[in-house]
Ligand binder design. Structure first.
Ligand code: ZN
Length: 340
C-alpha cells in the first residue's frame, strides 16, 4: 500500500468524517457535550460505522477521538476516561483499516480553550502531545488535525504531529465571516501550515459545498502540497454560509444547528457535483464532515473515479416499475409515470 502522499500523487483520496453527528443521530452520543464516549460504551456502533464508510468509499478510517482530548473531558469532569477512550478509538479504527486495506488516521481537533499567547498554548500543546503519542503507539499512518478556527492552535497540533515523525493533514474551520480568528485569509493560514511541515492542508466542517468551494482556488494557489476539502453536507448559502448560521423558516426562523439540520441536507448528487468541481480546482483529498451519510460518501467516491463495494448497489432507475425503461417494464405503468 502506498503511503498517503504517494496515493495522493496517483489520484484522489476520500476520507469520511462526521462520526460525531452520525453517532448522535443514531442515538449513541449526546448532542451538546459531543464527547465520543460511544467508543467505550458501544464500540460495536463505531466499528460498524467505520465499516459502512469504507464500504461507501472512504480510503481512510479516522479514529473517533474528536473532542476526546483532555481539555474537553476536564470541562465535563471525565478526565479519567481520556486515555482509555483514545486507545480504544484508535484500536477500533486500526482494526477496521487493517481488515479493509485502508489507512488509519489519528485525530486531534480544536480544544476550545486556546487563546493566542503562552499560557493557554502550553496546556493545549500538552493535550495534543499526549493524543498524538497514543496515535503513534497505535501505528497510525498519519494524523488529522482538524476543525481549527485558530491558525495558531492548528500549528501547535501540527508541531506535535511532526515531533512524533508522522505525516499531518491540517484542515481549518472557516466560520461565517470567511476568516480564521487570528489570520484573515484561510489560504494564508494553509500556507503557514505547509511551511511548518503539514503534508496536506485545507478546510473541513462548518461550510457546505456551496460556500466552501469558492475558498478552495485561493488555497490551491497558495500552497504546493495536496489540498483537502471536507464540507458538511448542508445547503449553506451566501447569506447563511455556515451550518451554525442556518435558520429554518418552517420553524419560525430558529437556529437549525445542531439537531434540526435535516431539512438542509444536501442530496448525494450535490456532493458528487462538489467533488467534480473541487477536483477541477486541483483538490485531491476529499471528504465530508458532520452530517455525512454513506450515500454522500459513495457519491463522492464515484465522482472521484472510484468503484467502492457500495457501488454494486448504486441506483439503476432503468429497472424501476414506473420510471424505468428496461425490457419487461409494463408499458401501461410507464405511461402512468407522469401521474406519480
Ligand atoms: Zn464537522
Amino acid at each position: 500500500m502506498p503511503d498517503l502522499l504517494e496515493a495522493l500523487g496517483q489520484g484522489p483520496v476520500v476520507c469520511a468524517e462526521g462520526y460525531l453527528f452520525e453517532c448522535e443521530r443514531r442515538g449513541y452520543l449526546q448532542a451538546g457535550a459531543f464527547v465520543p464516549e460511544v467508543v467505550l460504551e458501544h464500540p460495536e456502533v463505531v466499528e460498524e460505522l467505520h465499516r459502512e464508510f469504507v464500504h461507501a468509499g472512504s480510503d481512510v478510517v479516522e479514529a473517533f477521538t474528536y473532542y476526546g482530548h483532555r481539555e474537553k473531558l476536564r470541562v465535563l469532569g471525565k478526565e479519567d476516561i481520556l486515555e482509555p477512550l483514545n486507545r480504544q478509538a484508535l484500536a477500533i479504527a486500526a482494526k477496521v483499516a487493517r481488515e479493509t486495506g485502508t489507512y488509519v488516521a489519528g485525530n486531534i481537533c480544536n480544544t476550545n480553550v486556546y487563546e493566542p499567547g503562552e499560557a493557554a498554548g502550553r496546556s493545549v500543546r500538552a493535550a495534543f502531545e499526549e493524543q498524538v503519542g497514543w496515535a503513534a503507539e497505535a501505528g497510525v499512518d498519519f494524523v488529522i488535525a482538524e476543525t481549527f478556527s485558530w491558525a495558531g492552535e492548528a500549528l501547535l497540533g501540527l508541531a506535535a504531529i511532526k515531533a512524533a515523525g508522522l505525516p499531518a493533514v491540517v484542515t481549518y474551520a472557516v466560520h461565517r465571516e470567511g476568516t480564521l480568528r487570528d489570520v484573515a485569509d484561510p489560504a494564508e493560514a494553509c500556507r503557514m501550515a505547509e511551511q511548518e511541515g503539514a503534508d496536506v492542508v485545507g478546510l473541513n466542517c462548518i461550510r457546505g459545498p456551496a460556500t466552501m468551494l469558492p475558498l478552495l482556488g485561493a488555497i490551491r494557489e497558495a500552497v504546493s502540497c495536496p489540498v483537502a476539502a471536507l464540507p458538511v453536507p448542508y445547503r449553506t448559502t451566501e447569506a447563511e454560509p455556515s451550518f451554525q448560521s442556518l435558520r429554518d423558516p418552517v420553524r419560525g426562523g430558529v437556529q437549525a444547528f445542531p439537531t434540526a439540520l435535516d431539512p438542509f441536507t444536501c442530496t448525494r448528487h450535490e456532493l458528487g457535483d462538489f467533488t467534480t468541481a473541487a477536483l477541477g480546482l486541483g483538490v485531491r483529498y476529499l471528504g465530508i464532515c458532520c452530517g455525512a451519510g454513506p450515500q454522500h460518501v459513495r457519491a463522492m467516491a464515484e465522482a472521484a473515479g472510484k468503484i467502492p463495494p457500495a457501488s454494486a448497489y448504486s441506483p439503476d432507475m432503468t429497472k424501476h416499475s414506473f420510471l424505468g425503461t428496461a425490457p419487461g417494464i409494463n408499458q401501461s405503468y410507464r405511461e402512468y409515470a407522469p401521474n406519480l
